[in-house]
Design a protein around this ligand. Structure first.
Ligand code: BGC
Length: 770
């Protein structure tokens, strides 16, 4: 509230000062003429800009709550020293943007509009499931639909640019940011990224309701060593090209306007200063013409990395590597003028970077429409059809890992116990990046069940907190706050009693659902974990309930795959719900009571133990594929990539290859049958393995296609996957697509590493194309 008041005063003062010092209208120049091509307008504008103004276009600021003094910004805006802002987290009212924009348009010498960006990751106000969850729908078009709603809401709040889609691969669930990814596979991630870009940008990112997208984090961030955020990566070029780069390439091909360089240093070179990836590959090989922004402070951090000696050198290596815009830190603005004077940096580099920023601003229509419609935003959020999409996507993102037949639950139940700290918890459903989401928008699981079964006797029993009590005060499970010193010794006993009581109460109900997981704040940025279990005393709570002998339906809420082998053993059903968003409760109630059949499939392997990490399905075959296993545990994950149950069952007939004819490629085919008792979705997956490639050893399996079937009981359908060059090939070390002739294994299967492959001999010897 205090902040709102502050900004109100600031905006009023600003309007006053804007009125007090009117600038004469700008004389006409070609860049004002919207009928001219963008290149010409940019060139005209650039030719009138001072070096300082050009550098100003490279500086993105943040209207942080911590530095409430507007003075540095107002001066910077009026002097053309700032290109735009990361939008403030405390208001979605575009009046704030409009106030700053008015200053840029009317007070700065050339009237260059500001650009506003924000992290709209899985929704702006209508919060959808986290990206990892959404990817489990194996329905890239659904991802696109959610991002298109997110785009509309974001633009309504006066924000032009989103720092999404995250295009990193998730290979280690200790890394908190796996929640923002689409999982571990480059093929599926590429499809999702491309659709997300289309959802955000539409056919014209400048049009009403669309925003500019930003592919991040370029590149390799998802392989941070030990799952520790911001860390070094060791990704050799061959792996980079075939695993980590393809999603970015797909995003570039889909027309993404911008790319964000990442925090990691690969092979010792911070991504923001990596000429090879930013210029040779992104611009040179892929022809990317858009803007590259660095991640928060990342240019300055090249010093902390021990790569650049000081801010001057940090600016020099980053600009020449291909980073156009600096986020937060100000090394470009501060050091480049002197460096140009000394001949250390070519002014052409600054021109080129400024050209890219201005091109984006023209493309976004900001010169013609600098202001957002301040009257429309209040009715722009949480439309009923958007909530319906949130419900549909939450249903589709859940993955049923285990079911002994207890699910779906009968709607005739008289009593039901909902046990665990996530059962009636609004804020935990939203996830780590919640945009402008509000906890009170969330339908909790308890509310969802009550709506579906208004007559059931529902006992909601938290049993324990999401986290262990800690710090100098403790919030006890009954909500009372006590001082640390007074209860420290009693806490364990206090919690144990609560847990015992919870088990006793729950045992009386006809059925028990447990809502367990990890806190939402333990995923996302700077939220790595060393262990992957449920947090606080939830494990104890689970065991106490399991000891009652009643069958337990366990729902897990988390931003990463959790490693819970005991829960898997002892529960009757295990449902992975991720962080499902505003419609969490309605979606889960649909699934629990059979109004929807689970259809999600894992996009990230679920480890059995953290000692297995990193664990992913597309590992190398090695020279000894039948050896090298752990002595003390299984080597395979608890649940493989691609896995997920429905309320039905499916059988797969043998894979057959229909030979190539003329120009038509060979086709892999199999007959899929719904052998169960209800209509359900099957995600039929195509995996390949190339038995040998002179370019380098390829993974033991690679996903190269999938098809969604919806079959009635007894219904059969034949699937067909053409074995095209695109399906069989790989990137060579120079970035060309290459297809080797010779032997392949082909699987059509319900998940990775299941089913029997067939051999296929591909006739093409070697094909190289640019
Ligand atoms: C994150 C980015 C994000 C940026 C702006 C950084 O800390 O790594 O993903 O886009 O902040 O909020």
């Amino acid at each position: 509230m205090i902040y709102l008041r502050f900004w109100l005063i600031f905006i009023l003062c600003f309007f006053k000062s804007a009125q007090a010092v009117p600038m004469p209208p700008l004389p006409y120049s070609d860049y004002h003429n919207s009928n001219l091509p963008i290149e010409r307008r940019v060139q005209d504008l650039l030719s009138q800009m001072t070096l300082e103004e050009k550098l100003g276009q490279l500086e993105l600021g943040f209207s942080t709550l911590d530095s409430l003094d507007p003075a540095p910004f107002t001066k910077a805006i009026a002097e053309g020293q700032i290109t735009g802002f990361i939008a403030p987290p405390h208001t979605d009212d575009p009046a704030f943007r409009n106030a700053l924009q008015k200053m840029a348009m009317e007070q700065s010498r050339l009237g260059i509009p500001l650009l506003f960006g924000i992290d709209t990751i899985h929704g702006f106000r209508t919060i959808f499931p986290i990206s990892l969850g959404l990817s489990c729908a194996w329905e890239p078009l659904l991802y696109r639909r959610t991002q298109s709603v997110a785009a509309r809401e974001t633009r309504a709040a006066g924000i032009d640019w989103v720092f999404a889609p995250m295009s990193d691969l998730a290979r280690d669930p200790r890394w908190g940011r796996v929640s923002e990814t689409c999982g571990e596979d480059p093929y599926l991630t590429s499809l999702c990224v491309a659709e997300a870009v289309r959802g955000f940008q539409g056919i014209d990112p400048g049009a009403d309701g669309q925003v500019a997208a930003c592919l991040k984090h370029f590149v390799g961030y998802g392989a941070s060593v030990g799952g520790r955020d911001y860390n070094r990566t060791e990704i050799p070029d061959f792996m980079l090209r075939n695993q980590f780069l393809p999603p970015f390439k797909a995003g570039v091909d889909a027309g993404a306007c911008t790319v964000m360089s990442s925090f990691n240093a690969n092979d010792g070179i911070p991504a923001t200063a990596n000429h090879h990836t930013l210029t040779d590959i992104l611009r040179g090989e892929w022809g990317f013409k858009g803007l590259v922004v660095c991640d928060w402070d990342a240019i300055l951090e090249t010093i902390e990395w021990g790569y650049a000696a000081d801010p001057s050198q940090a600016a020099q290596v980053s600009l020449s590597a291909g980073t156009d815009m600096e986020m937060i830190s100000t090394t470009y603005r501060d050091t480049i003028p002197t460096q140009i004077q000394k001949g250390l940096i070519s002014p052409a580099l600054v021109d080129e970077a400024a050209r890219r920023v201005l091109t984006l601003k023209f493309k976004m229509g900001l010169f013609e429409h600098p202001y957002a419609d301040a009257s429309a935003y209040k009715t722009a959020f949480l439309h009923p059809e958007d909530r319906a999409l949130a419900r549909e996507s939450a249903v589709k993102s859940c993955v049923l890992l285990k079911n002994n037949g207890i699910l779906p639950l009968s709607k005739k139940l008289k009593s039901l116990a909902l046990v665990g700290p996530f059962g009636d918890n609004q804020s935990e459903m939203l996830g780590a990046w919640i945009g402008h989401g509000h906890a009170e928008d969330v339908v909790t699981l308890a509310q969802g069940i009550r709506t579906k079964l208004p007559n059931v006797d529902l006992q909601v029993i938290p049993g324990c907190g999401v986290m262990l009590n800690g710090g100098s005060t403790h919030t006890l499970t009954d909500g009372s706050i006590v001082q640390d010193s007074t209860v420290r010794d009693d806490l364990a006993a206090y919690d144990a009693k609560k847990i015992k009581d919870a088990a006793k109460q729950a045992a009386k109900a006809d059925a028990i659902i447990m809502a367990l997981g990890e806190p939402a704040g333990w995923s996302g940025e700077n939220a790595s974990r060393a262990t992957l279990g449920v947090t606080g005393r939830q494990e104890q709570l689970f065991h106490a309930l399991a000891d009652t002998g009643k069958p337990l339906v366990v729902i897990l809420f988390s931003g990463r795959p959790l490693s819970v082998p005991e829960m898997d053993d002892e529960s009757a059903a295990l449902l992975m719900a991720w962080q499902p968003g505003v419609e969490a409760g309605n979606a889960l109630a649909d699934l629990l009571f059979g109004d929807a059949s689970p259809s999600g499939r894992l996009t990230m392997s679920v480890p059995r133990d953290t000692g297995q990490l990193p664990v992913y399905y597309n590992y190398d075959n090695t020279g000894r594929p039948d050896k090298g296993f752990y002595r003390d545990d299984e080597t395979a994950p608890l649940y493989q990539f691609g896995y997920g149950l429905t309320y039905s069952t499916f059988s797969y007939g043998p894979v057959k290859i229909l030979p190539a004819t003329g120009k038509n490629p060979a086709i892999a085919t199999a007959l899929i049958t719904n052998t169960g008792k209800c209509r359900a979705d099957e995600v039929v997956q195509l995996y390949i393995r190339s038995r040998y490639s002179p370019e380098g050893a390829r993974p033991s399996q690679e996903l190269r296609g999938f098809q969604h079937l919806v079959l009635n009981p007894g219904q059969k359908q034949e699937v067909h996957f053409p074995l095209t060059d695109q399906v069989l090939g790989l990137f060579d070390r120079k970035g060309n697509w290459r297809v080797d002739g010779g032997d392949y294994y082909i699987w059509i299967a319900p998940s990775a590493h299941t089913g029997e492959p067939v051999s296929y001999e591909h006739a093409v010897p070697v094909l190289l194309r640019p």
